[in-house]
Design a protein around this ligand. Sequence first.
Ligand code: FMN
Ligand code: FE2
Ligand code: FE2
Length: 394
Amino acid sequence: MGQEIKDGIYWVGVNDRRNDLFESYWPIPDGISYNSYLIKDEKTTLIDGAKGGFTEEFLGKVESLTEVEELDYVIVNHMEPDHTGVFPELRRINPDLTFVGTEKTRELLESFYGITQGIEVVESNDALDLGSHTLEFVETPFVHWPETMMTYLPEEEILFSGDGFGTYGALDGGLFDDQLDVEKYYDEAVRYLSNIVGAYSATLQGALAKLQELNTEIIAPTHGPIWRENPEEIVELYDKYSSGGAVPGITIVHGSMYGFTEKVTEQVARGARSTGLQDLKVLDASRWHPSYLLSAAWKRRGLIVGSPTYESRAFPPISNFLEVAEKKKLKERIAGIFGSYGWGGGSAREIEETAETLDWDLVSSPVEFNGQPSKDQLENGFELGRKVAEAIED
Ligand SMILES: Cc1cc2nc3c(=O)[nH]c(=O)nc-3n(C[C@H](O)[C@H](O)[C@H](O)COP(=O)(O)O)c2cc1C
Ligand SMILES: [Fe+2]
Ligand SMILES: [Fe+2]
């Protein structure tokens, strides 16, 4: 059943507790929701859709409120198939419905689904009159893709924000922040932001500035809770973590095949703690998916990476983390590097290359050691942790 969120406005989204990986990559042990909204007015309007594979469930919710044949508009805030997979079926049932989106959306509707007719292209400041509701569009390119926009409903002061202000986590029996365990979603919001939209932090900041001009009572994103009790909190979280506002903590991401590098990890961690540092997270890259490594590192200003050498480069789980960090633009950390090698070395060099690309500020040259760390090298590890901890406090 669709659920009413305001007079004449309904949530018709679905919970995905079936897929282990979002985008076939990011773990979602707690699921995710694909939020979609239906407005019943003179013009019956859907705002965003759902992922293919949930079509039957999605259509059931829409049909509990209106016939698909009665739909006039589908507002397309974002073309990613987690929100558009149901479009071909909607169009098949109702050939007269009109898709509303940006010029880029028009191009993607064709390349993804062969939809070329019945498209209304809109720009920022355009409005659509539904009868007693108006929809105003705000282009927000790259939150998450180039075609993205947000849709504002001035009569109710609701912002349909697409992926912006979204989180992982299926909706556990409620829709609104005041009905749910919000702490879980705030944690997942940082992971979602770092994994999905954080790479576009600069454009996210531009979008936040535009949205400051709107009075927003309710933020209704495409993933996670609808924020009505405390919408400022999620806006602040997004603002903070898209503007270099990482907290004064340290993430140590390490890997070790036989325990030599790991011996130094222990010393690095102790050195960091020796300054009184509270917020320290040690993550083994062999055990944690890059989603979690990235999220932990995104949150904290200090980042120390430890890796043995493996075929003249870093250990594959560490290389994988570095690659994801580069793709997602994990910029401007206060950083340190350490690692063991057997003969020629090379792991530290690979980490240094990423540090250079991402403007990480290294507190010292890498702590490298041949095989087992010596007593002096263990002390150098301790010093490395201490230096990073001191540098993040400045
Ligand atoms: C599959 C494999 C490949 C390796 N490749 C290199 C290499 O190319 N250059 C090097 O100096 N050491 C190489 N090593 C040696 C390790 O870097 C070295 O033994 C190191 O001390 C392991 O540290 P760990 O116990 O923290 O894993 C390799 C080791 C393994 C198991
Ligand atoms: Fe997306
Ligand atoms: Fe999405």
